[in-house]
Write a protein that binds this ligand. Structure first.
Ligand SMILES: *Cc1c(COP(=O)(O)O)cnc(C)c1O
Length: 365
């Protein structure tokens, strides 16, 4: 097979080793005489696999034994937008939302459909070119009037990323980390809960990892239908109903691969190298390529940029596609070019793309 340089925004590139391992165990799993797709979710091998996946994720982020649980849920990160509000918006407190891009707006809108939600800070006036100042906005919030603060750590569509987590003190901080989980070291203990649809850094689509402090789970709204309560998933080790077993298994393989590369610290170094290859090509282009997000807020996961006009952007995407680079068209709401360089994308892919960018500019610039 002639594998493409895959810059898809999600579902996205997975390491070839992970795909091959998944293939090799697809028909028969662990000497059981059947595929993992055919096994009961209550069988010992599946139960063990789910437990190991939870442990691996907590180990990678250094939260093993720190009072956090991992829940494996369905409905993508989008379902979490609604569920977290349903579980935690009560008692007259508001959820406070940091708006930094379109996914954060969606999270906010879902909360509005559930209860009291307020905008804490917004970068919308800059056309999402800059991140809002969260620390300044936190000033007069108290735990008495705020159920949680919600933050999107990486803005997948626009291409911006918070470099550090804000300090919310007693107020639970909840983060959508779908597009940058496991890509860098962070003070994870600042987070009461974070979640990520798997299809960017964690594996295939179909499962969402929710990592939450145990005390938060027990405080969650008990009046919800059972299936919507986080507590149900915690109590039943994500096996209350049939979970997406195969997607969790693929996540396990991806987590093992991440650990074998050197874990989160290695992913951080790799991400920095990949991102600078692309941003250097942008910044050295004499204005032919222009970053969409201002420099200090640029994402190490989704690089976005424009060319002098839309016709050139079209030509860039088309030529790139013929040269073996997939997934580079910007999101329809932003336009331009977007290269998504998640953990599964190799440094070599970014080096090749930077080379293509220089070549394209020398011909069209
Ligand atoms: C991709 C993405 C989502 C949407 O995820 P689904 O699994 O499709 O619901 C939400 N938030 C962020 C930050 C994303 O990157």
């Amino acid at each position: 097979m002639n594998r493409q340089y895959n810059f898809n925004p999600g579902p996205a590139a997975l390491p070839l080793e992970v795909l091959e391992q998944g293939r090799d165990s697809f028909v028969e799993y662990g000497g059981q005489g059947m595929s993992i797709l055919e096994m009961s979710h209550r069988s010992k091998p599946v139960e063990t696999m789910v437990e190991e996946t939870e442990r691996l994720l907590l180990e990678l982020i250094g939260l093993q034994g720190a009072g956090y649980r991992v829940l494996f849920m369905s409905g993508g990160a989008s379902a979490q937008f609604a569920l977290l509000a349903m579980n935690f918006l009560s008692g007259g407190k508001a959820g406070r939302y940091v708006l930094s891009g379109s996914f954060s707006e969606k999270a906010y809108e879902e909360a509005l459909a559930v209860g009291a939600a307020e905008v804490l800070a917004s970068g919308k006036a800059s056309g999402w070119a800059r991140l809002p100042n969260v620390d300044a906005a936190l000033g007069n919030l108290t735990e008495r009037d705020t159920a949680y603060v919600h933050l999107t750590t990486n803005n997948t569509i626009e291409g911006s990323q918070f470099k550090a987590l804000p300090d919310t003190g007693d107020i639970p901080l909840i983060a959508d980390m779908t597009s940058d989980i496991l890509s860098r070291r962070l003070d994870w203990t600042k987070l009461a809960m974070f979640y990520a649809g798997a299809q960017k850094n964690l594996g295939p689509a179909g499962v969402t990892a929710v990592v939450a402090r145990e005390d938060l789970l027990t405080e969650a709204n008990a009046k919800l239908p059972t299936i919507f309560r986080y507590g149900t998933y915690a109590k039943n080790n994500s096996l209350y109903n049939t979970p997406p077993v195969h997607a969790i298994y693929m996540m396990k393989l991806m987590l093992e691969w991440t650990a074998a590369q050197g874990g989160v610290a290695a992913m951080e170094a790799r991400s920095a190298e990949k991102a600078s290859l692309l941003y250097d090509a942008i910044d050295a282009s004499g204005g032919f390529y222009r970053g969409i997000v201002e420099q200090p807020d640029r994402s190490a996961m989704n690089a976005t940029w424009r060319l002098p006009d839309e016709a050139l952007e079209k030509a860039f995407v088309q030529e790139a596609r013929s040269a073996g680079f997939a997934g580079l068209a910007g999101h329809r709401s932003v336009g331009g070019i977007r290269a998504s360089i998640y953990n599964g994308v190799e440094v070599e892919a970014c080096r090749a793309l930077a080379g293509f960018m220089n070549d394209f500019r020398s011909r069209w610039g």
